[in-house]
Design a protein around this ligand. Structure first.
Ligand code: GDP
Ligand code: MG
Length: 392
């Protein structure tokens, strides 16, 4: 995905502004890159439309090239596509919080049960796991072993009891023990089938869970969209957990989930260890997909620092000769906010020819001046600004 997008930015090199005409080619590359990354087609269509609309309307930011601006717009849109903010887990106001996990076979549900308990334990919550996958005795053993590993109790009732019954019993047990969070494992199938859905519906009815999280393998690709849609329609989910992000997935599933279901990805699994579960950060994921952190922070800083009003106010002050040392200090600090002088210069296209020695000098001068101004009392300030000799 990253290299596919690279082609798009390159097509804008040498352009002055983003226009309806010059974004056609790059947008085609972006579309292709997203499709190749297994993002579902309707999602890609909406995405491309939205980015194009914004790109044409965007103004010019001083010092920022059009390709950099497009990177920024694509990034923002990716973040939005994935839900914008981090979506926290919801906890019940009273009684145990019940988290029901659903998903196809082999996606990582049982592993997530234990990882999630481990994760919540670190936040000071007591957890209990419930073995609701009754089809394979091995599944119950697996959960028991993982539970022991993270030191969390596991409720099991063998393979002869209905999952919804086990779930109910497990919840009762948890209430008795005043457990904060009950995490229920369920059986998956290789493909969506009616028996699995019916069983999940029944378990859900028995539990009235706070969270119903669909566990999705990041490698699912194009099918992720249909999968999430079906689970959401059939049983109603509150969010998703994306697993196996440590593998060489192309990221498509991450981009489709929110858009097709309206439900956010809440957590991601990045490995087989119990510690490998973390919140899902849309902006980090977007950054990873774009692989252009430098450009993003440059455009952001340029936007922040060169806020129009600031610039205008400053200009007025200079014109009316009211620009004093305080203003000067503010300006110096604005530059400092952007990072060291060398980094700021490095971010400005075409400024590569400034020598490191020149940059070091400039930085030293700024520091010296700042120290001098800081050391002044307002009185001395006054003397300096006004005619010093007249005070004698
Ligand atoms: P379930 O059938 O949905 O319960 O899936 P399991 O929890 O049994 O996991 C299936 C396999 O995927 C196991 O070998 C897990 O170790 C592995 N697995 C689960 N999550 C991850 C992950 O985030 N990264 C990697 N690399 N492997 C994982
Ligand atoms: Mg399992």
């Amino acid at each position: 995905l990253t290299s596919g997008l690279e082609t798009a930015w390159n097509k804008l090199k040498g352009e002055e502004v983003l226009s309806k005409e010059n974004i056609v080619e790059p947008m085609r590359d972006i579309r292709r890159a997203l499709l190749e990354a297994d993002v579902s087609l309707p999602v890609v269509r909406r995405f491309v439309q939205s980015v194009s609309d914004q790109a044409v309307g965007v103004g010019v930011i001083r010092g920022v090239r059009p390709d950099q601006q497009l990177v920024k717009i694509v990034h923002e849109e990716l973040v939005q596509l994935m839900g914008g903010e981090v979506s926290e887990l919801v906890f019940a106001k009273s009684g145990p919080t019940v988290i029901l996990l659903a998903g196809l076979q082999g996606v990582g549900k049982t592993t997530v049960c234990a990882k999630l308990a481990n994760y919540l334990k670190k936040q000071g919550k007591s957890c209990m796991l419930v073995a609701g996958d009754v089809y394979r005795p091995a599944a119950i053993d697996q959960l028991a072993i993982l539970g022991k590993q993270v030191d969390v109790p596991v409720y099991t009732a063998g393979t002869d009891v209905k999952p919804s019954e086990i779930a109910k019993q497990g919840l009762e047990e948890a209430k008795k023990k005043k457990i904060d969070v009950v995490i229920v494992d369920t059986a998956g199938r290789l493909q969506i089938d009616k028996t699995m859905m019916d069983e999940l519906k029944e378990v859900k009815k028995a539990l009235n869970p706070t969270e119903v999280l669909l566990v999705v393998d990041a490698m699912t690709g194009q099918e992720a969209a249909a999968l999430v849609t079906t689970f959401n329609l059939e049983i109603g989910i509150t969010g998703a957990i994306l697993t196996k992000l440590d593998g060489d997935s192309r990221g498509g599933a991450a981009l489709s989930v929110k858009e097709v279901s309206g439900k956010p990805i809440k957590l991601v699994g990045r490995g087989e260890r119990m510690e490998d579960l973390e919140p899902f950060y849309p902006d980090r994921m977007a950054g990873r997909i774009l692989g252009m952190g430098d450009v993003l922070s440059f455009v952001e800083k340029a936007q922040q620092v060169m806020r129009q009003e600031d610039a205008e106010e400053l200009q007025k002050k200079i014109m009316s000769a009211k620009f004093d040392f305080n203003d000067f200090l503010k300006q110096t600090r604005t530059v400092a906010k952007m990072g060291s002088v060398s980094r700021v210069i490095g971010m400005i296209p075409g400024m590569g020819k400034v020598t490191p020695a020149q940059i070091r000098d400039a930085e030293k001068n700024l520091l010296n001046m700042e120290a001098m101004i800081e050391a002044m009392t307002p009185g001395l300030f006054f003397l300096l600004i006004n005619d010093v000799t007249s005070v004698e």
